[in-house]
Design a protein around this ligand. Structure first.
Ligand code: ADP
Ligand code: ADP
Length: 216
């Protein structure tokens, strides 16, 4: 099963992707997590990317495509779920070339729809595990033990780009730079829209129902 998750920041892509990966045993590839891992290790990619992420802007395509190519080659074979990539049309085109070279195809592009006010409420109370990248919400999806990741036990932190001002800027970036990808994939008949506004379990149920129908 090869899927792409699209949707504005805070739509629930990472949360739903992680659950699907456990259930279907496929690899989750999140460019956001890869970039944050590069930043915390202080790699050249991380140093460059930090300047953009900090301001809520997209990291340049060349850097993202270079970083993801290696990752894809290692993980594609057993099925994959892309979360946060592609985010621009040039990235989608680059992905198509890599997939063609390796004889893989995308089964579906799932677009999670969520309204703007909900996004701000979700992201300003998001807390993230520094070790595994899992995200929680102070009210809607709290960890079992306050402030600690259920899986790693690490102390959760608030991402610097999860403040109201940067979140609003990231939403604009999504509208202008990422949304055009939906049309790109509509031409390939791959797009399925999902209402992401329900409770976490309800959204997951919608996704699983859909996948049963479209992925053989
Ligand atoms: P994305 O990867 O799309 O940016 P996340 O999966 O990190 O989004 O979710 C953003 C925030 O919203 C997190 O705090 C998460 O716990 C919370 N969240 C995710 N799905 C839902 C939902 N259906 N209802 C309420 N909160 C949610
Ligand atoms: P979100 O919660 O907004 O979905 P992510 O963790 O996916 O957050 O991404 C965080 C930031 O990392 C983005 O705002 C952007 O600066 C950068 N980033 C992640 N993926 C990409 C990508 N595919 N192209 C460009 N920038 C990216």
């Amino acid at each position: 099963m090869n899927l792409i998750f699209l949707g504005p920041p805070g739509a629930g892509k990472g949360t739903q992707a992680q659950r699907l990966c456990w259930d279907y045993d496929v690899a989750q590839i999140s460019t956001g997590d890869l970039l944050r891992s590069n930043i915390s290790k202080g790699t050249p990619i991380g140093v460059e990317a930090d300047k953009y992420i900090h301001q809520g802007n997209l990291v340049p395509d060349e850097l993202i495509i270079g970083m993801i190519k290696d990752e894809l080659k290692y993980t594609l074979a057993g099925g994959f779920l892309l979360d946060g990539f592609p985010r621009t049309v040039p990235q989608a085109e680059a992905l198509d070339i890599v997939l063609k070279e390796m004889n893989f195809k995308i089964d579906a592009v799932l677009v999670l729809d969520v309204l703007s006010d909900e996004i701000v409420a979700r992201l300003t109370a998001r807390r993230t595990c520094p070790t595994c990248g899992k995200s929680y919400h102070l009210i809607f999806n709290p960890p079992a033990k306050e402030g600690l990741c259920d899986i790693e036990g690490s102390t959760l932190y608030q991402r610097k780009d999860d403040n109201e001002e940067t979140v609003k800027h990231r939403q604009e970036i999504y509208e202008n730079q990422t949304k055009p990808i939906i049309k790109y994939y509509e031409k390939q008949n791959l797009v399925h829209k999902i209402n992401g506004l329900g409770k976490l379990d309800d959204v997951y149920y919608l996704i699983k129902n859909l996948l049963q129908k479209i992925v053989k």
